[in-house]
Design a protein around this ligand. Structure first.
Ligand SMILES: [Zn+2]
Length: 546
């Protein structure tokens, strides 16, 4: 006699997203696994008295989305603190920070001292905002001390710009951190940028000074747990059942395991550790793919992460040909093709070292010169395809680079939401000129046989937004079909995490990670607006829309 299922979804359009994509009417789940797919009549036979049966009324059921590039604590920060990405002007940003200041006031009044080991140790009084982008405002200017003194004159206030390379601070921060902020990172009135002017600080801080503030506000364990809880609710409401999270010097890895132990982790987390952590991981014997093998084990050791170049926004992505607008930036005069953050020789040493110890690698590379440098380093390893070494972003890649991905088996981990920069008059147009139409070459990558994994880099997190943009590429030759784009966000991302077969499809024996959509992405006018009605992770309903 067969044991009853825990959950049965009936009268659905269940897509396997395999090749070819097959559809079924129903799916049954037991102990975190898919135990039957087929016709409603047959699958319903597994329903017992304890079984939850959901009549999907014809809705589409897909394998859960896997976001192959996230920073979950950042998502949590924008939810818990002020989300300045919403601000349409400096005044609106100040208003959002004031609302947050009032919240902080209420939280600290409670007398419980806030979250104990929260932000900055005992100092739980920070007013923080994230993600402001003055380039979209009519009056395009950074937030200053005057703006932020209007938020609070007694609590420290920091407004981080979207790229985290610039921030605005109030007088309390300038006073409290006077000794710690490096002079060259603190802009002063009448400053010519060399930092030795005697003028008053404007409250605009950059680079090294921002790093000091990031460290000072790095969440403690309890605060991190709060951020991760907020972020996972946001993610599962968007159909995300697993993430490949990039971590560096934070409490996130222990918090993922704390939440998993408490049965509170709502999605799978594959942790890609910054290369800073390589020696420690090796010493304690943690290797790529440790953990995550058995039922209920949601946290896995992923790859070793590194940078190569910067970003297009900062004109620091490394190109083979100069930036189209290099002349517009006097600072870029020395290096009009961008900058190395990690130089090719250093990259090669790291890759050789980590690969030798059996780690998967994943390297940030945005410009075409950076992509080439990563491929050079990977090709020197024994079998980059078997190790599933990955390149993150791949925003500009030559024909030769695409061939090299295909030949070596290196995974292209790309972010279709970046296509928001690819329109005429957009960021890519300004920085790259006509090269904007040769960015994010999804069709060419797929046609060459490259393993393509989609992710969001949390800018913003949202798989259906990415699928929408990838199917409506500014260069129509690079558009994907809906099925192809969905595969990149399911089986493609699963492959990048050694999870194919187990995740990213719907079949008997796969993990029960599923998403139910209110409308069919194949039939809607706007894929990004399709509501998620239910998300299931490891057989557990982790999100349900009321
Ligand atoms: Zn990232």
């Amino acid at each position: 006699m067969t044991a009853a299922a825990d959950l049965v979804l009936t009268n659905a359009e269940v897509h396997t997203l395999g090749s070819p994509d097959e559809t079924h009417e129903a799916v049954a789940v037991r102990d975190g696994e898919v135990v039957r797919v087929g016709r409603t009549f047959d699958v319903e036979l597994l329903a017992g008295v304890e079984t939850r049966v959901v009549d999907c009324g014809g809705r589409v059921v897909l394998p859960g989305f896997i976001d192959a590039h996230t920073h979950l604590p950042m998502v949590g920060r924008s939810i818990v603190h002020a989300d300045l990405s919403e601000a349409g002007s400096a005044a609106e940003a100040v208003e959002l920070l004031r609302e947050r200041a009032a919240e902080v006031e209420r939280e600290t009044e409670g007398g419980d001292g806030g979250t104990g080991d929260g932000i900055g140790g005992d100092e739980t009084d920070w007013v923080l905002g994230y993600g402001y982008d003055e380039s979209r405002w009519d009056e395009s200017r950074y937030l200053t001390r005057d703006d932020l003194d209007a938020v609070s004159e007694s609590r420290p206030v920091v407004a981080f710009r979207e790229d985290l390379h610039t921030a605005g601070v109030n007088s309390v921060v300038l006073d409290r951190y006077a000794d710690e902020l490096p002079d060259e990172g603190v802009r002063t009135a009448g400053s010519d940028g060399d930092g030795d002017d005697a003028g008053d600080p404007t409250g605009i801080v950059v680079e090294g000074a921002v790093d000091v503030l990031r460290e000072a506000t790095e969440p403690g364990r309890a605060e991190m747990a709060e951020l991760v809880r907020a972020a996972q609710s946001y993610a599962t409401a968007r159909g995300v059942t697993g993430v490949h999270d990039m971590v560096r010097g934070s409490r996130a890895p222990e918090v993922y395991r704390d939440l998993a132990d408490a049965g509170e982790l709502a999605l799978r987390v594959r942790i890609n550790y910054w290369s800073d952590h390589l020696d420690a991981l090796r010493e304690v014997g943690l290797r790529t793919n440790h953990g995550g093998g058995s039922r209920g084990d949601l946290v896995t050791v992923g790859a070793i992460k590194t940078f190569t170049d910067g970003s297009f926004g900062g004109r620091t992505a490394k190109l083979t040909e100069p930036y189209a607008d290099a002349a517009a930036d006097p600072d870029a005069a020395d290096d009009e093709t961008g900058q190395w953050v990690v130089a090719p020789e250093e990259l090669r040493d790291l890759v050789a070292d980590a690969d030798e110890s059996g780690y998967q690698l994943t390297a940030h590379a945005i410009g075409d010169a950076a992509v080439d440098a990563v491929l050079d380093a990977y090709e020197e390893t024994d079998d980059p395809g078997a190790a599933r070494h990955r390149v993150e972003h791949v925003e500009l890649a030559s024909d030769e680079a695409i061939e090299r991905f295909a030949d070596s088996g290196v995974v292209a981990s790309v972010q279709p939401n970046f296509l928001k920069w690819a329109d005429e008059g957009g960021l890519y147009d300004a920085r790259l000129g006509e090269r904007r139409l040769r960015t994010n070459r999804y069709r060419d990558l797929l046609d060459a046989g490259v393993d393509l994994a989609f992710g969001s880099d949390c800018m913003p997190l949202g798989p259906l937004l990415g699928v929408d943009l990838a199917t409506d590429h500014p260069n129509p030759d690079q558009s994907l079909t809906v099925t192809e784009a969905l595969r990149a966000y399911t089986s493609g991302a699963a492959y990048a995490g050694f999870d194919e077969g187990r995740l990213g499809t719907v079949a008997v024996g796969t993990a029960a990670d599923l998403v139910v959509l209110d409308e069919s992405p194949w039939e809607t006018d706007s894929i990004r607006d399709v509501p998620v009605s239910m998300t299931v992770v490891d057989g557990r309903v982790v999100f349900e829309r009321d």
